[in-house]
Design a protein around this ligand. Sequence first.
Ligand code: KG4
Ligand code: ZN
Length: 350
Amino acid sequence: MTILGIETSCDETGAAVVSKTDGGIELLSQSLATSLNKHAQTGGIIPEVAAREQVKFIIPTIENTLKEAFGYTFSQKSPPPVDAIAVTYGPGLIGSLLVGVETAKTLSMHWSIPLIPVNHMYGHIYANFFHNSEIVFPALALVVSGGHTDLVLLTSHHKLTVLGGTRDDAAGEAFDKIGRLLGLPYPAGPTISHLAEKGDEKAFILPRPMIGSKDFSFSFSGLKTAVFNLLKKNNWNFNDKTFSENNQQLLFDLCASVEYTIVSVLTRKTIAAAKEMKVKSVLLSGGVAANKNLRKTLHHEINNLAHSPYLSIPSPDLCTDNGAMIAAAGAYSKQRLHWTELSADPSLYY
Ligand code: KG4
Ligand code: ZN
């Protein structure tokens, strides 16, 4: 079975082709276009700007991936050799979702190929299934992105139970909001992580709400306020975007302390859930899963667990939004829709 995947839930425009056999799934091609340069200037995503860029990118991105997989171009009369088109239909920004969904519907009608509706969050989880025959159920997924911080139990393919999630800001959102306070470009997660390498993670003790609670909920909104108060106390110059010498070591130490705090909360809760649910596999997913420190710490802690579940961490490019993860989730879904049956759902949950 060969699936074309399309992703446009936020600021990325992704397309990919995967092939599924009894041995698992294989990525045949993928293409990604981003409007990040526009959002870096504005300190965050302006939804209409993202959608307008996606309108420009969507056709070339899909054609690129079909060309790479099959040498196919849109000038050909016959359809490409794909069995279904998987597309993200939620959650996300409505303007962005509509670009992918309406394009997928048009192609589905034109080529007479069915659609597979894919929940973006399932997509993140399925980034783990490329060449990964060691994933055994029950599996626990930590889904950490710009909008979500969730612990999800998978008992079989597409059978999920949410164990807990964030009560306020998501982990990625915390990185991005703190980055904004510090004057760093959007998305701030990768930059904070990079600056953290030169800092002392124990320089500041930051709040870790709910770290010891018995449930699997998270809360990250207090972190931003704590950082703001610390900056004020240390006479941080909010207008100095060049980070003069005085500000520099404070910046490194703060970044290291923020990263340490977020990683320790995520790791502690994931380990507690893995133990309680006695899972056989742990799957890390979502944009924040690209964080080196989180990958290393979780790996270390999972290795120390007595029942040693298998840990899967996708390559960093498959952690942030992309078309391959949507094609992968589609490949394991049994749902097939006629193009008239699909609509975007920006507030879709699991
Ligand atoms: O999954 P994703 O690409 O988009 C959403 O579905 O939200 O996640 C984007 C989030 C952003 O908040 C970004 O700052 C964060 O992932 N992120 C990181 C890293 N790379 C991306 N956070 C920490 N460390 C990173 N290396
Ligand atoms: Zn995402």
